[in-house]
Design a protein around this ligand. Structure first.
Ligand SMILES: Nc1ncnc2c1ncn2[C@@H]1O[C@H](COP(=O)(O)OP(=O)(O)OP(=O)(O)O)[C@@H](O)[C@H]1O
Length: 290
């Protein structure tokens, strides 16, 4: 198996990370395969997909925490990564202030910490115990910590987990502000199959492979949606739906719409007829079950 991960001077100066046909296998099983992905400076790329579809594995492979089992990952030579993982290992019974949380992974000066917390909208919580933070406040603190590294690439694994809808909209606005202010690229994993930030440049839907990709079109103008979530939410979020034209069998093989069964599927293998991205009616729907 090929194992390639390298920095290439030949990528354009804006290119932060590129994956070409990257796959990760463990114990004889492909966790994810055939991933093509790139994130440039100032770009927001969102990974969506059901649980276990390989989103975290893909993000970790992009930043070098995991080496690809096949394919290639190219990162800009001087790439600084800010990473907010899905799970943070904390002993919630121990006293830990927000300020101290900021220095658990790397040292940072007090002023620097204050500035980062202010920028994330939680400057007033520096002395607060982490266990006493709300879900949204905790995610903001983690974002502030990631920003301390002044990253070129910010990788956010489910940044709105445990956050209610209003908090989710506010967090997405903060993430967009961070991109606008710093010009960093953002690779984000969305916890929701259907809703992604309107500012996302590219949505990539994974299900062990790239099912489909494209731009989310922000057209949330249905009266029902606006009534439910408000006009502001409609401006901040976009709905992304897609159709599946194949089924993942229990043994890992793929049954296509035309009835054929293959070991794996790729978008150009001739079995797919309508991989696409579209903005549709706002009712949640579309299945991505294996
Ligand atoms: N080190 C590992 N060894 C074996 N299997 C693994 C390993 N890491 C992840 N997996 C499996 O790979 C699959 C993809 O996991 P991954 O965490 O990338 O999915 P995900 O899309 O991020 O899921 P979720 O939405 O639940 O967070 C899962 O079935 C998971 O159990």
């Amino acid at each position: 198996m090929l194992e390639k991960s390298k920095s290439l001077a030949q990528t354009s100066s804006d290119m932060l990370v590129e994956m070409h046909n990257a796959g990760v296998s463990r114990g004889g099983r492909w966790l994810v395969r055939g991933v093509d992905l790139s994130v440039r400076r100032g770009e927001i790329v969102t990974l969506i997909g059901p649980n276990g579809s390989g989103k975290s594995t893909t993000a970790k492979t992009a930043i070098g925490i995991i080496q690809p089992s096949e394919g290639h990952v190219h990162r800009a030579g001087t790439l600084r990564v800010g990473y907010v993982p899905q799970k943070v290992a904390l002993d919630w019974t121990l006293p830990l202030s927000v300020e101290r949380l900021m220095t658990l992974t790397a040292p940072a000066g007090r002023q620097e910490i204050r500035t980062a917390l202010e920028a994330a909208g939680v400057g007033h919580l520096a002395e607060r115990q982490v266990a006493a933070l709300s879900g949204g406040e905790f995610q903001r603190a983690l974002l502030a910590r990631a920003m301390l590294r002044k990253p070129d690439l910010l990788v956010l694994d489910e940044p709105v987990q445990g956050v209610d809808f209003t908090g989710e909209v506010a967090l997405y606005e903060l993430i967009r502000d961070i991109r606008d202010r710093t010009g960093c690229g953002i690779l984000m994993i969305s916890h929701d199959l259907h809703i992604v930030m309107a500012d996302t440049d590219t949505v990539i839907c994974l299900n062990g492979h790239v099912c489909c990709r494209g731009e989310p079109q922000s057209v949330m103008d249905s009266p029902e949606y606006r009534k439910l979530f408000g006009t502001r939410a409609a401006e901040a979020l976009a709905l992304y739906r897609h159709h599946h034209d194949h089924t993942h069998l229990a043994d890992g093989r793929v049954r296509h719409a035309d009835g054929t069964i293959t070991e794996h599927c790729h978008k150009d293998d001739g079995h797919h007829h309508h991989d696409h991205v579209g903005t549709e009616a706002p009712a949640k729907g579309g299945s991505d079950a294996r």
